[in-house]
Design a protein around this ligand. Structure first.
Ligand SMILES: [Zn+2]
Length: 439
């Protein structure tokens, strides 16, 4: 057993404790108590300790695009997507593992202890099957576990370049051909008895999966998370209206693909009826503000969705930034820009989205609090850095002042993460070079 003594701790987002003793056995918190000074033998954690972050929407390989698409792919989401496909076309199970491992190592440095990987690069570049048809998915699972993260592998059904049109270019390696072939391959995936792995499903979008197949994807694993990109772009809504005579959210609802297990990712361009449908389902929405601003997507109706009944979670998606502090405050700050009002979201709500609610949306319902029985995730922020000094040392220091660079200790699933920022930087540089430089 390892005992930690947290100088200050947010046991849950609105409960701040001075001197929290946390006994960790294996991957779990065994007990907590309060003591004004560190007990003998305890590992001291000066600063403010919180539970681990959940990064609920990740495409690990997009990390290779950071800083490389700002001018060359200027224009729109769609021109950026071409650059993304160039990287997707160059991945194999080994390079995918290397890149995902490096991206997940960056996440671990940022206090992320669980990731939802929205995984769709399934097959070889010509669309052929690897010897193990799940070689790519297994590569990302291994990468996450080796980096110290729990993972929800959201095996993604992607069958069409748009409303029935065949896959094009890099998309051929995303497609299983038919929904039944997707289900056969994805259905063979297993967590292998590892409690740190959840196997879930994803619908890439209503562009990529036909109306009659949406419910099939959602039904493959009836108790597991189901994630779906929803209305990130106005063009998707327009095409859906033309094709199906309804919005993407209504199509999902009427196909049985919107329920309490569902996470609607982005949910940016919604009608009032869409907001009601998503809220009534009682599931989750995953906002990814740093990606949504990078891709010129827009600002989604986060508060309206929450009022309607959808629980907010957060993700770094394309990994233009990997810093959940930035995602948390962006939800509120972006809302200020479009409403001219401050204070739509309380810091505690944003931290809850980034921790307990996010973990639950990925299938880790026993994480996100510093209490006995939970996964032992302890993330400690320096309260004396140039950014955090003098900010009060409470929740708003994390939500509005800190960055990932202020994290001084990470315990993920009971294991201490080595905060080797230089080593992770070198690993990222090598992994990105492996999929971007000419051979
Ligand atoms: Zn995405």
């Amino acid at each position: 057993m390892t005992t930690y003594w947290c100088e200050r701790a947010l046991v849950e987002p609105s409960v701040l404790v001075n001197g929290l003793v946390v006994d960790v056995r294996g991957a779990r918190i065994e007990a907590t108590s309060v003591a004004p000074t560190a007990p003998a033998g305890a590992v001291r954690l000066p600063g403010l300790t919180i539970a681990g972050f959940a990064n609920c929407h990740s495409h690990a390989f997009h990390r290779a695009l950071r800083g490389r698409t700002q001018q060359a792919s200027a224009g729109s989401f769609w021109s950026w997507r071409d650059a993304m496909y160039d990287v997707a076309a160059r991945l194999d199970p080994d390079s995918y593992y290397q890149l995902a491992f490096a991206a997940y190592a960056e996440m671990a440095l940022a206090g992320i202890t669980a990731v939802g990987e929205f995984h769709y690069v399934h097959h070889d570049p010509a669309g052929g099957r690897y010897a193990d048809p799940n070689a790519m998915g297994l590569a990302v699972v291994a990468a996450a576990r080796d980096a110290g993260l729990r993972i929800a592998l959201l095996d993604t059904c992607y069958l069409s370049s748009g409303f029935g049109a065949p896959p094009l270019g890099a998309q051929v390696r995303f497609s299983d051909g038919t929904v039944d072939e997707w289900a056969a391959r994805a259905g063979a995936l297993s967590a292998g008895g590892d409690a740190g792995v959840v196997i879930g499903s994803a619908i890439h979008s209503v562009r990529a999966v036909a109306r009659e197949d949406l419910g099939v994807v959602a039904a493959l694993r009836p108790a597991a998370p189901v994630h779906v990109h929803l209305s990130e772009q106005v063009a998707e809504n327009q095409a859906c209206l033309t094709r199906h005579g309804c919005t993407p959210a209504r199509l999902l609802r009427d196909s049985g693909a919107l329920d309490s297990r569902t996470t609607a990712v982005h949910a940016t361009h919604l009608t009032g009826d869409d907001i009601a449908d998503v809220g009534k389902a009682g599931g989750f929405v995953a906002f990814c503000p740093t990606t949504e601003r990078d891709l010129a997507d827009g600002v989604g109706p986060a508060r309206e969705l929450a009022v309607a009944g959808a629980a907010l979670t957060l993700g770094s998606d394309s990994h233009a930034v990997i810093d959940i502090c930035e995602e948390m405050r962006a939800v509120e700050l972006d809302t200020r820009l479009v409403t001219s009002r401050r204070g739509t979201w309380a810091g505690a709500e944003l931290l809850d989205a980034a921790t307990e609610t996010g973990q639950r949306s990925l299938g880790f319902s026993d994480a996100g609090r510093l209490v006995a029985g939970q996964w032992a995730d302890l993330v400690t922020f320096d309260l004396e850095s140039p950014r955090t000094a003098g900010t009060g040392g409470g929740i708003d220091s994390v939500v509005y002042a800190a960055t990932a660079a202020d994290i001084t200790s990470v315990v993920a699933s009971g294991a201490e993460v080595e905060l080797d920022r230089g080593g992770v930087g070198r690993r990222l540089a090598a992994a990105v070079a492996g999929v971007t430089e000419q051979p």
